[in-house]
Design a protein around this ligand. Structure first.
Ligand code: NAP
Ligand code: ZN
Ligand code: ZN
Length: 346
């Protein structure tokens, strides 16, 4: 049993406090990871605040985890102590349903086990990456390539894969026009990845405040959605739109920007329903889709892709005492572009 230092919340809208949590003894397929960095995803905030339904408290969030393997179980073959490794949004799945067999563990028909706010196969609550150590079965641990620094690699484990997966599936690439809605943690990764895939990328942000950054990340155009002319100017232009916005928006305005057979993929996860009008879809045979993170194999492909193209998130490394402030700032869209907790400060 390893005791890990952590930060936990005891209820919605409460402040983080110091906590000591137990990590299980290593099973023969388990890896003990010493966490060095943990990203702050907007999903951590939705969960901690109970936006999606009541969470299990005390809650230690964090599913963008990067660190060094400390110890491995007797039958572990993919990792050894000293390896650079990461853990994302899930830590287990059934392994035998058709989706798991297809490498789409996030869509496990029995439900994947989330890294925090879940219950593991031993019946114990899962606790996430705002902590110094975690024990995870090797099949859900990823290799972090050498040229990705651990602090910048952490956000790839959620923001990276959540945007890579739909861009990959809907074939963002040369000749495709892709729009990214919202330039936050996920959005800025979507811009960088879509650009590296060869697509022509447009950012749709609330204002033009971050325009220079968006163009630097690889976008060729940048529009403010507060400016109503934007929706006339860009009508019917895009093959693919990735919506990363964490709040309810008028999705019909954005669907009108798709060309024939275009798809809008929603990865943003506000609690409120979005009101889709069928006449936003019917006339140009448009599709409205959703996408959840990505499978383990695809997550490794994403890490290798980012290493090859030297794609990294823009991060602000913070101390554990600053988590509450970081939550406030993310909710005000005041983040450039991902907060990452240095777990040595826990
Ligand atoms: P984030 O860093 O807060 O980025 C969200 C961006 O949305 C903001 O930077 C802002 O961009 C825009 N935005 C926020 N409020 C808005 C509003 N009221 N109207 C219009 N635009 C608004 O959050 P994130 O970590 O990237 O996460 C984004 C969403 O994806 C969250 O809901 C999260 O839970 C969800 N998520 C889903 C998955 C999945 O598997 N599907 C995985 C991870 C996260 P601008 O300032 O540029 O306007
Ligand atoms: Zn996340
Ligand atoms: Zn399964």
């Amino acid at each position: 049993m390893v005791m890990a230092k952590a930060r936990a919340v005891d209820g919605p809208h409460q402040s983080f406090r110091k906590a000591d949590i137990q990590r299980r003894e290593l099973d023969k397929h388990d890896v003990l990871l010493e966490i060095h960095y943990a990203g702050i995803c907007h999903s951590d905030i939705h969960t901690a605040h109970g936006d999606w339904g009541e969470a299990h408290y005390p809650l230690v969030p964090g599913h963008e985890i990067a660190g060094i393997v400390k110890e491995v179980g007797s039958d572990v073959t993919k990792f050894q102590p000293g390896d650079r490794a990461g853990v994302g949004c899930m830590v287990e799945s059934c392994g035998s349903c058709e989706n798991c067999e297809a490498g789409e563990e996030q869509y496990c028909l029995k439900g994947n086990t989330p890294t925090y706010d879940g219950v593991d196969k031993y019946g114990e609550p899962t606790q996430g990456g705002y902590s110094t150590h975690i024990v995870v079965t090797e099949d859900f641990v990823l290799h972090i390539p050498e040229n990705l620094p651990l602090d910048a690699a952490a956000p790839l484990l959620c923001a990276g894969i959540t945007t890579f997966s739909p861009l990959n599936r809907w074939q963002a690439g040369p000749g495709k026009k892709v729009a990214v809605v919202g330039l936050g943690g996920l959005g800025h990764m979507a811009v960088k990845i879509a650009h590296a895939m060869g697509a022509d990328v447009t950012v749709l942000s609330q204002t033009l405040n971050k325009k220079d950054d968006g163009l630097r990340f690889g976008a060729s155009a940048y529009y403010a959605t507060k400016d109503e002319d934007t929706f006339d100017t860009l009508a019917g232009q895009f093959d693919l739109i990735i919506n990363t916005v964490s709040a309810k928006i008028n999705i019909n305005d954005y669907l009108s920007l798709l060309r024939l057979d275009g798809t809008l993929v929603n990865v943003g996860a506000p609690a409120e329903p979005l009101d889709v009008h069928v006449f936003s879809l019917i006339p140009q045979r448009r599709s409205f889709a959703g996408s959840l993170i990505g499978g383990i194999r695809e997550t490794q492909d994403m890490l290798d892709f980012c290493a090859k193209h030297e794609i990294m998130p823009e991060i602000e490394v913070i101390s554990a005492d600053d988590i509450d402030d970081a939550y406030e700032r993310v909710q005000k869209s005041d983040v450039k572009y991902r907060f990452v907790i240095d777990t040595s400060t826990l």
